[in-house]
Write a protein that binds this ligand. Structure first.
Ligand code: C5P
Length: 217
């Protein structure tokens, strides 16, 4: 087990793709005045670079990719495409890639711009990145609901639903079954199924949990 100890309070959120974890993370950050880090974005930016440089063997990457030199990339719709999603999930298996990103994430946890705390969402935040986080959540929803959300988010026609469904199923499988830092629900994470409840309800449940675990003066 890692001995890393976060210096500011962290709300750690793991979960499946399109489960609503990102939306929850953003809203919690606003509510508590914390800073938000979408760790999936780091893997997507990495994947984008891999695609741009036409690196074929993504399983064998051992180069230090220059991240974050292009701020406009963050807003780029490209980063949410299915191709980038798929590539991100592939490179996420790579130990070298994960090691590079661990420090970036912990640095954010220890130096949040607000100097109050952070909300970090991803796949291994509760288990590996910030194992001593003050509050932990595991967010999930049925595959059908998540694929539908994704299809709408990407503005794709109805006929694309099945393709999105199967790509998401494969990505879930890869994320949960890889050797390095798989997506798991830790014992101390609160499980929230967002299939049939509103975003507002998810937020209310989460706010209650955070208030139980962190003392706000
Ligand atoms: O969260 P999002 O869907 O944007 O993440 C894209 C991919 O990046 C995931 O499918 C996963 O393979 C990888 N990822 C990861 N660990 C994280 C965040 C994302 O492996 N902490």
């Amino acid at each position: 087990m890692s001995t890393y100890q976060n210096k500011f309070p962290v709300i750690a959120i793991d979960g499946t793709a399109s489960s609503g974890k990102g939306t929850l993370a953003k809203k919690l950050a606003v509510f508590f005045g914390f800073d938000h880090l979408d760790s999936g974005m780091l893997y997507r930016i990495y994947a984008h670079e891999v695609l741009k440089k036409k690196i074929q063997e993504v399983d064998k990457i051992d180069i230090n990719i220059e991240l974050f030199n292009d701020k406009t990339l963050y807003e780029s719709k490209n980063l949410r495409s299915e191709l980038v999603s798929k590539t991100a999930s592939k490179i996420a298996k790579n130990e070298f890639v994960r090691k590079q990103l661990i420090n970036l994430q912990r640095h954010f946890a220890d130096k949040p711009p607000s100097r109050k705390g952070s909300v970090i969402d991803g796949r291994d935040i509760t288990s590996v990145i910030v194992p001593n986080a003050e509050v932990k959540f595991y967010i999930d929803a049925s595959l059908e609901k998540r694929a539908k959300r994704r299809q709408i988010q990407l503005n794709l026609p109805e006929k694309e639903y099945e393709k999105v469904f199967y790509e998401m199923k494969t990505r879930d499988y890869n994320d949960k079954n890889r050797e390095n830092c798989p997506l798991i629900k830790t014992k101390d994470s609160l499980y929230i199924d967002t299939s049939n409840i509103s975003e507002r309800m998810v937020l209310d449940i989460a706010i209650k949990e955070v208030k139980k675990k962190i003392d706000f003066i």
